[in-house]
Design a binder for this molecule. Structure first.
Ligand code: ZN
Length: 280
């Protein structure tokens, strides 16, 4: 089994929205904003070579939206999904499974591309795509507050292609012998947090439970979260468990750090020094 970090570039989001109730005088030190208060965030995915399966967790924003959309989100950086796969000797056609933690556009936008005839088609033609029944319903019948994050063109063609499969929602679901999935509900309903057994350690794909190292302190909850008090409790439970078991946290959105482990300080549980997935 092997793990590879797959960088698909960076995008920008409002720093205030990303740090919720935390004042700018504090968060601006964690991720310095530009003149419009926007901060750069990574779109970092995880590729898992597990026996004869090649599993990609999330796939960034994709590139099929129009200039107006990208004008809001400022996709930048030289890394691309295809380039990052190629760096490790893979092609998107090699991917057997695409596991979507949730269906917000910055996590699943790369799932569907526009064909030369202008059709919306799966970007991973040999893969099955995994969601779960609760989140699928939540995303396809969206509430007004979250609607702008669930783009129909990213989601519906997956089902229409016949390549959609569902993970069972339980307190802990086995995905493969080496990968289990836990569910959290504060950021959005039934977001999947993959836990991967790797070289005697557990690597956790944090998705939007902890988008960056700066989000480890308990009150640092994104304004985007649907149920912030649920996130608060889920963070507390996760961080204690992760500290006790020395989990390695893999960050999807941290612009600088791929991974860190946790340490107990006088202020509470905090991230230790950052490191690369390839260092494990
Ligand atoms: Zn999200």
């Amino acid at each position: 089994m092997k793990l590879y970090s797959i960088d698909t570039g960076y995008f920008k989001l409002d720093g205030g929205a990303m740090f919720g109730v935390v004042p700018k005088s504090i968060w601006q030190r964690l991720n310095p904003p530009d003149e419009n208060n926007l901060c750069s965030w990574a779109l970092r995915c995880l590729l898992i070579e597990d026996g004869d399966r090649l599993i990609l967790i999330d796939n960034g924003m994709g590139n099929k939206q129009d200039a107006k959309f990208f004008g809001h989100y400022h996709l930048h950086g030289s890394e691309t999904l295809d380039g990052s796969l190629e760096k490790h000797g893979f092609h998107r056609d090699d991917v057997t499974d695409v596991l979507l933690t949730h269906l917000h556009f910055d996590h699943c936008g790369g799932s569907i591309e526009r064909s030369s005839q202008g059709m919306l088609v799966p970007a991973f033609r040999n893969a099955v795509y995994w969601s779960n029944p609760r989140h699928w319903k939540w995303a396809t019948e969206p509430n007004e507050r979250e609607k702008a994050s669930f783009l129909k063109e990213n989601i519906l063609p997956i089902e229409q292609s016949g390549q959609l499969r569902m993970v069972e929602v339980a307190s802990e679901t086995t995905f493969t012998g080496n990968i289990s999935i836990r569910f959290v509900n504060g950021h959005t309903d039934a977001m999947m947090i993959p836990h991967i057994n790797y070289n005697g350690k557990v690597v956790v794909f944090m998705a939007d439970l902890l988008p960056s190292v700066g989000h480890i302190p308990i009150p640092y909850v994104m304004a985007y979260d649907m149920f912030p008090l649920t996130t608060l409790q889920e963070k507390k439970d996760f961080l204690q468990n992760a500290l006790d078991n020395q989990y390695i946290l893999f960050f999807e959105h941290d612009p600088a750090y791929e991974c860190c482990s946790l340490q107990l300080t006088e202020k509470g549980i905090r991230g230790g020094p950052g490191f690369l997935l390839s260092d494990i």
